[in-house]
Each structure stands twice: as structure tokens, then as C-alpha cells.
Design a protein. Structure first.
Length: 203
């Protein structure tokens, strides 16, 4: 309702269009939250990683990066470190899409040393044995880290997928994101099941 009110009262075509885009992005997150059910118990058109691919893409709309990153030329890379759990889902999800006017691309890598320039880094479960060293290397870069490795946010990651019953939800480590120079939208924080701030989690 608040977003709709601001949209109605905003002045100027450009501000109305910006708010309209933000409202559509928020609607996308809400739809994901309400539709991500029964993925663990029954065969559905959307598999678990189809849904996670959609989440990863939408996360990019709710992060503000440092000005130096935003102004840099090039694409908007979503990166997967380790064994690819998405199959073709992530590529299919971002095909033809853009964020901040930049075309999305997907990169797959076996070493964190290849992650330069990534905007979002998904860390596969295959990398759990070296998660501390990965996060230590990328922790100060303006890069959103996402994973479904257990306790990912407690170990210093930014966003962790968790299964709640038969739904896919996520936790957020706001302090870790801010340490990397990222600002997470309040709209994103509102739909997280927990938010970690300076060592403390709030449900």
C-alpha cells in the first residue's frame, strides 16, 4: 500500500516509471514467496533450482552497489562457483533480462580467483569444505554472496537458502553485505525469515 501511495503521488514521469519498476520487482519477490511450495514432495513444472534461479535473479533488483560498480561498463554477471546445481535454469531465467540497464550474463567457475567482476556469486554445496577461505577472499568485494550451504550466513555469507517445510525461503546477513559495501533493500529484508545484524539475528 505504501508503495502504491508513493506511485500515485509521485511527480514527474521518470519518478513514476522508477517507482513502477520497483513495485513490479517487489511483486516478483512476493509471487516467489507465495508460490514456492511443495517443491520437495511432488514433481512440479518448477524444480527446486528453477525457483532458486528465479530468486538469485530477483535478488539483484534489491541491492544497491557502490557508485563505482554501477558506473562501470559491461554486463551484470551472475556467477556460480563449484558444481552447477541449476542445470540450464539460471541461464534460461536471465536470458534477455537486464538490471540497471545492463544485460545479465551467467558465468560458471571452479576457482574463486575467477570471480572478479561478479555482481552475485552463488557458492555451490560442492565448495562447503573451503567456504571460509572463499568468503575471506570475496568478503570485502562489492559482491552479493548466495548459497544453500548450511549456516552460510553464520559463516559470513550474505544470503542463505533454507527449506521451511515444503517452501524455499532465505536468511540474510545484513552486516556481511554492508561490510562488502552493499545496501540491501528494506523490501528484501522484510521477506527474509531472519536478518543478521552485527552478530545478532532477528526473526
Amino acid at each position: 500500500m505504501k508503495l502504491q501511495g508513493r506511485l500515485q503521488s509521485g511527480r514527474g514521469g521518470s519518478s513514476k516509471r522508477a517507482l513502477s519498476r520497483r513495485l513490479r520487482s517487489l511483486t516478483g519477490i512476493v509471487i516467489l514467496l507465495t508460490s514456492c511450495h511443495d517443491v520437495l514432495g511432488q514433481a512440479r513444472k518448477s524444480t527446486e533450482y528453477d525457483l532458486k534461479a528465479a530468486y538469485v535473479y530477483n535478488f539483484g533488483k534489491f541491492v544497491r552497489w557502490p557508485a563505482s560498480v554501477v558506473s562501470a561498463a559491461g554486463e551484470f554477471p551472475l556467477c556460480v562457483l563449484g558444481r552447477n546445481p541449476f542445470g540450464p535454469s539460471l541461464d534460461n531465467t536471465v536470458k534477455g533480462e537486464s538490471i540497471e540497464g545492463k544485460s545479465l550474463s551467467v558465468r560458471y567457475m571452479s576457482s574463486v580467483s575467477e570471480a572478479n567482476g561478479c555482481r552475485i556469486l552463488f557458492v555451490s554445496e560442492s565448495e562447503e569444505h573451503r567456504i571460509e577461505s572463499i568468503l575471506a577472499e570475496v568478503g570485502k568485494r562489492p559482491m552479493l554472496t548466495v548459497s544453500d550451504i548450511p549456516d552460510f550466513v553464520d559463516r559470513g555469507g550474505d544470503i542463505e537458502f533454507v527449506n521451511v517445510g515444503e517452501k524455499i525461503r532465505f536468511k540474510v546477513n545484513r552486516a556481511a553485505a554492508e561490510k562488502s559495501g552493499l545496501t540491501l533493500s528494506s523490501d528484501l529484508l522484510k521477506v527474509a525469515i531472519s536478518v543478521k545484524n552485527n552478530g545478532h539475528s532477528g526473526e
